[in-house]
Write a protein that binds this ligand. Structure first.
Ligand SMILES: Cc1ncc(COP(=O)(O)O)c(C=O)c1O
Length: 389
């Protein structure tokens, strides 16, 4: 097979020249985090290799317990990734064929994929114009006799306004699943992300605030029965090897990932402090710039800045300039989920979610990660300001 031609696989938003410019500031730099945990990870990996307990090893149950304690929940059940965690949460709640599940249009496609894979139909609602989180005021109008679940998403690092969802949901037998993939360590009105709704699903994809060195995820809940159902689902419906009591598949937290996640969890609070400090620096450097909208934290939220998302006119041109000058900016997400070809059959086309659609043309994620320096942020701000002219 001939080697891949980088120019052919690049998107139009990537710079034509692939050489990284000097002083590049990446969108995310995980090397500083790794340096802090390298020894612990090496020792932990050596223990797993010695014991040969690659599936369901000791580190998995230790991490599950530690993460449940961190969030303040009774149970954490590790999964292979966050998309499976969402799907298994829905399946454990018996959401499936013929059901409708309300989700925000501004999210990563995985939220919708999990719904479709569980057999249900995603119903997209628009977001609020400031925080770009699900607009709870629009949920009522999207409810039908078939609605069985709502999945608010804690996008960009802050918890969605769960308490503002219609109070009738419970009476109507509609369950609430928190998509907490982007909010590890975030707090809303004193409660940690992962404690909202009936059950939460999270992702430990490497770039997340708490990320593994590969795919990983978890379901978090206070409900003993639900936790048990998710564990069965992720392990071929098998409480004991070769006894299959229910339908299932294979989606468990990998032991080596658990080693990494244990080491990182011990530092998560400090890393989130560093993210908050970096967000504050951007807020100072970018204050009062015409044509630039800074991200908004909802009242009551302790934001953990998984992403720092500003809004600008001429976004694609600004993004080109940033990338050409070595700033690893990105878009989360360039196409609203209801408009992606993969979800076209479930959406109602352009105009269904105007706030999301407008935002998709303006949003721009700036580099943010624990350990980003003020000098790097000044470089980002400098290029951004000159691109805005
Ligand atoms: C909001 C959201 N939901 C779900 C997921 C799915 O997680 P994973 O990539 O681990 O399957 C992600 C992350 O990728 C996400 O950002």
């Amino acid at each position: 097979m001939p080697p891949l031609d980088a120019a052919k696989v690049s998107t139009t938003l990537e710079p034509a020249v692939q050489e990284p410019p000097v002083n590049a500031v990446p969108l995310v730099d995980l090397s500083g985090q790794h340096a802090q945990i390298a020894e612990e990870v090496e020792n932990g990996f050596a223990e797993v290799l010695d014991a040969g307990d690659f599936i369901g090893g000791k580190a998995v149950s230790a991490f599950e317990q530690e993460y449940a304690e961190f969030v303040g929940a009774r149970h954490c059940v590790g999964t292979g990734n966050g998309t499976d965690a969402l799907e298994m949460a829905l399946r454990a709640l018996r959401v499936g064929l013929g059901d409708e599940v309300i989700i925000p249009a501004n999210t990563f496609i995985a939220t919708a994929e999990a719904v479709v894979r569980a057999g249900a139909r995603p119903v997209f609602v628009d977001v609020d114009g400031d925080a770009l989180l699900i607009d709870p005021g629009r949920v009522d109008a999207a409810l039908t006799e078939r609605t069985r679940a709502v999945i608010p998403v804690d996008l960009y690092g802050q918890v969605a306004p769960f308490e503002q969802l219609p109070s009738s949901l419970g009476e109507r037998g509609i369950v609430v699943v928190e998509d907490a993939a982007q909010s590890q360590g975030a707090v809303r009105h004193g409660r940690f992300a992962g404690r909202f709704g009936d059950v939460a699903a999270t992702s430990f994809y490497p770039g997340k605030n708490l990320g593994g060195y590969g795919d990983a995820g978890a379901v978090v809940t206070d409900d003993d029965g639900l936790a048990e159902s998710v564990r069965l689902l992720g392990s071929h419906g098998s409480p004991v090897k070769y006894e299959h009591v229910s339908f299932g598949f294979n989606s468990r937290l990998d032991t080596l990932q658990a080693v990494v996640l244990r080491a990182k969890l011990r530092r998560l609070a400090q890393w989130n402090v560093e993210r908050r400090a970096a967000a504050q620096v951007y807020a100072e450097l970018l204050a009062g710039v015409p044509d630039l909208r800074l991200p908004v934290a909802l009242p009551g939220n302790d934001h953990v800045w998984h992403l720092y998302v500003v809004r600008v006119p001429n976004r694609d041109e600004v993004l080109r300039r940033l990338r050409a000058e070595g700033v690893g900016a990105a878009i989360h997400y360039p196409v609203p989920v209801h408009l992606t070809p993969a979800m076209a059959e479930f959406g109602q086309g352009a105009g269904q979610c105007p706030v999301t659609e407008r935002a998709a043309a303006e949003i721009l994620s700036l580099p943010i990660f624990p350990g980003i320096t003020r000098q790097q942020q000044e470089q980002v701000a400098g290029v951004l300001l000159s691109a805005l002219g």
